[in-house]
Design a binder for this molecule. Structure first.
Ligand code: ADP
Ligand code: MG
Ligand code: MG
Length: 927
């Protein structure tokens, strides 16, 4: 039997692997193989599979013997193609060792370049290349990367002074530059670098207590193991947590022959996107540096130049583009760009190196992009036939729409605002926050509920947690492809980079910029679309996505595709109008309790609560009728005939009388003529140990039917008035917190009686309304078949259902949930993302049982989950007719619903506006 293949070769126009083998070869390895097979110039190399990574961890951090043999075989093949030998003193081959997981984790894991350089191979390398400077530039890079990645991080060494070996080495290099009076590393000559290498080795020994291995063989295995080890490094683990990448995927290792962009003035390295990742514009977009290697562009060591004339900005006007400097090479690269896009049918993010006038491709992967760019590219590609509409819809992560729905700085206020600096716009949108200078502070302040702008010289993967906590990110160095830009764009976060004018003083916690001083805690405002930084707080404006033609188009496609309706949760006409603008097709939840808190109303509700007998109570409640009616008239009008679900009073009464001061109590006593002592006693009496499980929801309406009567009358009279005026209204009256069908029967009977009365009063032949219930108590889901005898619709209140299903108090969950998430007890916060295998099953059961009694039972969801993409998709799968969410989530829900319909199409079409229910309510049949 053939044994498992551990190592896959690529190079010389051939490859063992393919692009679709990402799980085994990692993204980088799979794509290097693909590019090689396409005949693109890829330096030869091989990929050790992710399965070996898993085996490595299963084998207590040792490589299986057969892997060693396979690596040696593959290396020999690379040596034949390159005509050099690894570790050979006369003609040494140098290699890089590169990590590469299934999904790209930019900068999260470690790569070591120039392996194979040692005192034994250096002379031969110099003789062969005739370039001593190159040799020592490569060597100093090797020492630094190897010490950092292999000897320190992979070995799990925590530097005692908090300063890693890399920083010590960088300081030594800075000192050397200073002594020579030069600005950049390219100004150091061979002698300087040679000296630097000697110094580097001494520093490594001092910092780590071990000698840098002067042996090619040892370097190779050290590098390979370190890449496997880096999979469980701190940075990689924290990135996986944020992005939800499973821990057991493992990484592949790519060993690849080196090509040198640092060979001199005829060499260069660069990074590019096949389209503009910030805007989605169909322009080849990238940055490059002459005489540089590897990560110099991304690390922002020197400011890179633009790739072509078309993408120059005011700031880069004077820099020489690759197109101008080396037109032939640029054309070759542009042709590769075209071929890659038509081959992969998606925007690619590429790395290339030019070694002494020859172009080499080092990486391609699907490029991260800002939300608006994702939409534009998807629409453009579908319009040009590169992809179909379904693919276009699937290309955009529903959360990415958020960016377009999000605020921007008010342009009028911007004109008058105090500009501090203008730099590179790396992540669009507007943001306002207080300045902090470290990721630790960013996280700490954010936890205190502050909005912060993280300001750094440059960011590294160590900053990810702080970047996540910050509202926006501002860096002094780096270009549009720097780490900060890449990560922020992935998250749709406002970000500005390359702000050379910032002089950050970490000790004093200040930033000097163009003669101004900003202190930690000062407010700044960022326009990430133009790259402008302002002092102070510039007012922020709501979004207006309808101005974006690509957005409009893709939403049209999505709406045609989806099979669920999308409604909104709105208590006020203004919110309802905003939601309708965002595409809401009705209201799934109007809470009525907010309406009671206004000063002229709360008196009456308090009077009602304090009433001694039914007569007084009824009198007090009825005083609220005109107000409530006005509320509903407003909302019904705003919804112009779209369905509106109104939920009757839900919170415990204590909320309306709790926290009264002595003075307020005296005032109340004067107003309603109840003695102070009585009020106090009643308040005392209303106190509950577990108000969330106490006298609330329909339990109120059962105890005080007057409340239900008044609310039903307000709703139905508002509807009747509008019906009289030939305005269409579709009220759906929703009873909260039902756990037993008899609760619902009791309430529905009241409502039906009021409806009959209202019909008479307004001399109407027909008054359209429905009575339904929230399903938010687990018992309701279980007995849904009984409840559906009465209810004409269900609305799953998944907030309460999660609370009661898990037995987690929503208000107290912060005490233990973070610990649960950290320890992987729960995969995510179930109040944010519906717990599909638990609480979701209650929803599925509720729908199924409900429809077993009433086949046309209308089902929806109105918890926070109704706007969360994975939960929306679940709702589609279990057959809900609609989801309802806050106005700003409506487009996201529409889009997620479309994706769900593409992923798992269902037979039932989207519900038509309203069908009359067939089955009659059986209010009378009480058992
Ligand atoms: P990352 O995943 O962080 O992008 P890479 O493995 O791509 O890490 O490597 C880091 C840098 O080193 C990149 O700029 C890459 O192009 C460069 N690099 C990697 N291998 C080679 C090589 N064999 N020759 C030249 N440059 C290389
Ligand atoms: Mg890379
Ligand atoms: Mg509830």
């Amino acid at each position: 039997m053939a044994r498992k293949k551990n190592v896959y070769f690529f190079g010389g126009g051939k490859a063992d692997g393919k692009a679709d083998m990402k799980n085994l070869l990692g993204g980088k390895g799979a794509n290097l193989a693909e590019m090689s097979s396409l005949g693109m110039p890829v330096p030869a190399g091989f990929t050790i599979t992710t399965e070996v990574c898993t085996a490595y961890y299963g084998n207590k951090g040792r490589l299986p013997k057969e892997v060693e043999l396979d690596v040696k075989k593959a290396l020999a093949k690379v040596e034949r193609i390159m005509g050099k030998k690894y570790g050979d003193p006369k003609n040494p081959l140098l290699v890089s060792v590169r990590s590469g997981a299934r999904q790209s984790m930019p900068g999260m894991m470690d790569t070591v370049l120039n392996l194979g350089l040692s005192s034994k191979t250096l002379p031969g390398f110099i003789a062969k290349t005739g370039n001593e400077r190159l040799a020592y530039d490569a060597y100093r890079r090797l020492i630094m990367m190897y010490a950092d990645v292999v000897m320190e991080k992979a070995a799990g060494i925590e530097p005692p002074d908090g300063m890693g070996v890399r920083e010590h080495l960088e300081q030594a290099m800075d000192a050397m530059k200073k002594k020579k009076g030069v600005a950049t590393d390219v100004d150091l000559d061979a002698e300087d670098l040679k000296k630097l290498c000697r110094q580097f080795k001494r520093i490594v020994e001092r910092c780590i207590g071990k000698v840098f291995p002067d042996d090619a063989e040892q370097q190779l295995w050290g590098g390979i193991k370190a890449v496997f080890q880096s999979w469980n490094g701190k940075r990689a683990v924290s990135y996986r947590r944020i992005e939800g990448i499973p821990d057991d995927w493992g990484t592949a290792v790519n060993v690849q022959s080196m090509v040198f962009g640092n060979m001199g003035r005829n060499s260069a390295t660069g990074v590019a996107f096949t389209r503009d990742p910030a805007t989605g514009d169909n322009k080849f977009y990238g940055e490059w540096l002459i005489n540089a290697q590897g990560e110099d562009v991304v690390a922002g060591i020197r400011t890179p130049s633009p790739l072509n004339k078309a993408t120059k900005t005011d700031d880069t006007q004077d820099m020489e583009s690759l197109e101008e400097k080396w037109p032939k090479l640029y054309r070759q690269l542009a042709a590769i760009r075209k071929e890659l896009e038509s081959h992969y049918r998606d925007m690619q993010d590429i790395e290339f190196t030019i070694e002494d006038g020859t172009l080499w491709m080092l990486q391609t992967r699907v490029g991260k992009r800002a939300g608006s760019a994702a939409i534009r590219m998807a629409v453009d590609m579908a319009t040009n036939g590169l992809i179909d509409q379904d693919t276009a819809i699937m290309r955009v992560n529903p959360e990415q729409l958020d960016e377009l729905l999000h605020p921007m700085l008010d342009p009028e206020a911007e004109k008058k605002a105090d500009v501090i600096a203008k730099c590179l716009p790396a992540g669009p949108g507007g943001a306002v926050g207080q300045v902090v200078l470290t990721s630790e502070e960013a996280e700490k302040w954010a936890e205190q509920g502050k909005k912060v702008v993280l300001v750094r010289a440059e960011t590294s993967p160590e900053d990810v947690h702080g970047m996540h906590a910050a509202t926006a990110i501002l860096t002094a160095k780096g270009g549009m492809t720097s780490h900060a830009a890449l990560v922020a764009r992935g998250w749709g976060k406002c970000c500005i980079v390359g702000c050379g004018a910032l002089a950050i003083d970490a000790k004093a916690k200040t930033i000097a910029v163009n003669g101004k001083v900003i202190k930690e805690g000062d407010w700044v405002s960022l326009n990430g679309t133009t790259g402008t930084v302002y002092a102070g707080q510039v007012p922020v404006m709501p979004a207006d996505p309808e101005r974006n033609k690509w957005y409009k188009k893709i939403m049209r496609w999505a709406d045609a595709k989806r099979q669920m309706n999308v409604r909104t949760n709105a208590d006020r006409p203004e919110d309802a109008e905003q939601a309708v603008k965002f595409g809401a097709e009705g209201i799934g939840l109007t809470r009525t309790e907010h309406m009671f808190f206004e000063p002229e109303r709360i008196v009456h509700i308090r009077a009602m609560i304090l009433a001694e007998d039914e007569k007084t109570r009824r009198k007090a409640v009825m005083k609220l009728l005109p107000y409530q009616k006005e509320d509903f008239l407003g909302i019904f009008k705003a919804m112009k005939g779209k369905p509106v679900t109104v939920r009757l009073l839900d919170p415990p009464l204590h909320e309306f009388v709790g926290g009264l001061t002595d003075e307020q109590t005296r005032d109340l006593s004067d107003q309603i003529g109840v003695p102070v002592a009585k009020i106090k006693a009643r308040v005392e009496q209303l106190h509950e140990f577990n108000p969330m499980l106490g006298h609330r929801g329909c339990r109120l309406g059962v105890a005080y039917p007057e409340i239900t009567e008044m609310q039903a009358r307000a709703i139905l009279e508002a509807a009747a008035e509008l019906t009289k005026k030939k305005v269409k209204v579709l009220p759906e009256i929703m009873i909260p917190l039902v756990g037993h069908v008899n609760e619902l029967r009791h309430q529905a009977a009241i409502i039906d009686a009021i409806a009959a009365d209202v019909k008479k009063k307004y001399a109407l032949r027909k008054l359209d309304y429905m009575v339904g219930t929230m399903i938010e108590v687990p018992r309701a889901a279980i007995t849904a078949n009984q409840i559906a005898e009465v209810a004409e619709f269900f609305s799953f209140g998944t907030n309460d259902l999660t609370q009661m299903g898990f037995g987690y108090s929503r208000d107290d969950v912060a005490g233990f949930l973070p610990t649960y998430l950290r320890n992987d007890i729960l995969p995510h916060d179930p109040f944010q993302k519906l717990d599909q295998e638990g609480i979701g099953q209650l929803v599925a059961m509720g729908v199924e049982r409900g429809r077993s009694t009433r086949p046309d039972l209308k089902c929806g969801i109105c918890g926070e989950h109704g706007g969360e993409p994975s939960s929306v998709k679940f709702c589609h799968r279990v057959g809900l007719d609609y989801v309802s969410c806050s106005p700003f989530r409506v487009p996201i829900a529409r889009f997620a619903a479309a994706q769900a319909a593409i992923e798992t199409p269902r037979k039932t079409p989207k519900a038509k506006p309203r069908k009359k229910t067939a089955a009659k309510r059986k209010t009378a049949a009480k058992k």
